[in-house]
Write a protein that binds this ligand. Structure first.
Ligand code: KG4
Ligand code: ZN
Length: 344
């Protein structure tokens, strides 16, 4: 018998994602985004995101099925992000997944969005080494995880105490006059800059600071103050140098903490995920430092790093293979689902 076919629904933020996998093989990854609708607000507006999910949900399911050349009745299990994320946005995906599971009479798996960001790498690089350390950096989260068993046991080692890494990129980009979301244009601007031009602070890196927690709010403020001072003095702002120096500060802290977590826990595999894992400097520095420390680095391609349905299907597939019990039919959305709850 071939491996089960799993469809995954993702609606925790502004991307409506529907992915289809069989085992570790990706068959379809359909995406709709409401990102442009949030642009003028400089951040995701929950009501706009929920409404957009509602409109995009069914057409995105149809696109995914067409891409895979399958019928809904071919599906063996339905997986959906049940948290963490925006409540109203999550509810659209959960309601849709419940409806499909009920109509098709197939098991339903409510999964954790963060664990799904880790699971997606299996579609590209095969079974995850366990234990692995995972670092998830996006617009909504910045977390260091210890993953002894992706289907059942994920532990939080640290997280951001203020802004998420992607949020810092978005806010600094805004101050520099770059478009939203700011990560990609800032990454591009930084290519022509000097990462050593300005010594921006590295948050929470003192000897008494928590080893695995992050803080980006001080860095963001330092960049804003530095720019203000230049403007007050009537001097031009060297956008490329500011971008490169800011990006260096973020990449330095993230990679140092991730490598330290691997060493402290005797783990020799590191997985990156989340939109910020697309950052060119973060990837390069992570490669350099992992190679020096004898750690195997796994980074999914940028399209799989950002929110998508394939990651949810990938985790669903892992749960089915591990024989984890499906969710109850009254599965709800939990905006603050703890990371140690992989599925519920
Ligand atoms: O994972 P994601 O698509 O959505 C969530 O927030 O869950 O991540 C989006 C974030 C945004 O803040 C965006 O600016 C950032 O990822 N990002 C980047 C890059 N590409 C996307 N940040 C830095 N460098 C990039 N190349
Ligand atoms: Zn995410």
């Amino acid at each position: 018998m071939s491996e089960p076919l799993v469809i995954g629904f993702e609606t925790s933020c502004d991307e409506t994602g529907v992915g289809i996998v069989r085992g570790h093989t990706l068959l379809a990854d359909a995406l709709a985004t409401s990102s442009p609708a949030h642009e003028r607000f400089g951040g995701v507006v929950p009501e706009i995101a929920s409404r957009a999910h509602l409109e995009a949900m069914v057409p995105t399911v149809h696109r995914a099925l067409a891409e895979a050349g399958l019928q809904a009745s071919d599906v063996d299990a339905v997986a959906v992000t049940s948290g963490p994320g925006l409540t109203g946005a999550l509810l659209v995906g959960v309601a849709a997944a419940k409806a499909y599971a009920l109509a098709l009479d197939k098991p339903l798996y409510g999964v954790n969005h963060l664990a799904a960001h880790v699971a997606v790498d299996e579609l590209q690089h095969g079974p995850l080494a366990e234990p692995s350390i995972a670092m998830l950096v996006s617009g909504g989260h910045s977390s260091l995880l210890l993953v002894p068993d992706l289907a059942q046991e994920v532990q939080s080692l640290g997280r951001t105490i203020d802004d998420a890494a992607g949020e810092a990129f978005d806010k600094v980009a805004r101050v520099l006059g770059l478009p939203f979301p700011g990560g990609p244009p800032l990454d591009r601007a930084a290519r022509d800059g000097d990462p050593r031009a300005i010594a921006f602070p590295r948050g929470l890196t003192g000897p008494r600071d928590p080893a695995y927690d992050f803080s980006f709010s001080g860095l963001k403020t330092a960049v804003a103050r530095w720019i203000e001072a230049r403007e007050r003095a009537g001097e031009p702002v060297p956008v490329a140098d500011v971008a490169a120096s800011f990006q260096e500060a973020v990449a330095d802290v993230l990679t140092a903490k991730a490598v330290r977590a691997c060493k402290d826990h005797g783990v020799d595999h590191l997985v990156l995920g989340g939109g910020v894992a697309a950052n060119s400097r973060l990837r390069a520095l992570a490669e350099e430092r992992c190679a020096a420390a004898g750690i195997v680095l796994r980074v999914p391609s940028p399209k799989l790093c950002t929110d998508n349905g394939a990651m949810v299907a990938a985790l669903g597939s892992r749960l089915v293979a591990a024989g984890v019990a499906p969710s109850a039919p009254d599965l709800g959305a939990d905006s603050s689902l703890p990371i140690d709850v992989v599925s519920r």
